[in-house]
Ligand binder design. Structure first.
Ligand SMILES: Cc1cc2nc3c(=O)[nH]c(=O)nc-3n(C[C@H](O)[C@H](O)[C@H](O)COP(=O)(O)OP(=O)(O)OC[C@H]3O[C@@H](n4cnc5c(N)ncnc54)[C@H](O)[C@@H]3O)c2cc1C
Length: 153
């Protein structure tokens, strides 16, 4: 079949890249806050529950980064029919990852995280829309599945 997603491939990967940046910003806010917010006489970052959150956030950010690089690399190499699946994976994973990371960043901030004007509150709000435009998460999954069927034909 001819190549169908020339523009979407670029934009889906770049939406993913934008959400990677958003997640990195949320992570930096959460990490900094965890080091300075005191509870029970110590920084909340000393509690393993907080450390586990931050470890998962960092891992998800790196996983998204490499999916985005994979999609961009395939596109740069001109391997267009292979790009469709990875552009959808990059967009889907990075946008849902950014939502999860921003949400955990708010959680680490406690009550202050839902206060207007606090950076993580804004990041959480801004991470919601990219799961809808450039194709919703559901449509990315349909695209990925369709490409898997093509791969296994
Ligand atoms: C701020 C903003 C900016 C935008 N910018 C642009 C733009 O520049 N250019 C542009 O062309 N569009 C743009 N859009 C439109 C955007 O791409 C659409 O909103 C998006 O594709 C979803 O379409 P819809 O809103 O009609 O939802 P619908 O298609 O009605 O979908 C509603 C729900 O049903 C689900 N659904 C629909 N079909 C299926 C299916 N087959 N299987 C499973 N689930 C399904 C969807 O995933 C979604 O959850 C923008 C939207 C917003 C909010």
């Amino acid at each position: 079949m001819g190549y169908r997603f020339r523009t979407l491939d670029v934009f889906r990967a770049t939406v993913g890249a934008a959400m990677l940046g958003l997640a990195e910003a949320a992570f930096a806010e959460a990490f900094g806050y965890a080091r300075k917010r005191m509870a029970f006489g110590r920084p909340i970052g000393d509690f393993q529950a907080t450390q586990f959150k931050l470890a998962n956030m960092a891992m998800e950010i790196e996983a998204a980064r490499w999916l985005i690089y994979r999609a961009a690399h395939l596109r740069d190499e001109g391997r267009l029919s292979r790009t469709v699946k990875f552009a959808s994976m990059a967009k889907l994973f990075a946008t849902e990852m950014a939502w999860r990371v921003a949400d955990e960043a708010v959680q680490i901030h406690g009550g202050s995280g839902v206060t207007k004007g606090v950076k993580v509150e804004k990041l959480l709000r801004e991470s919601r829309l990219p799961r809808i435009y450039e194709g919703t998460s559901e449509i990315q999954r349909l695209t990925i599945y369709r490409e898997l069927e093509r791969d296994f034909k």
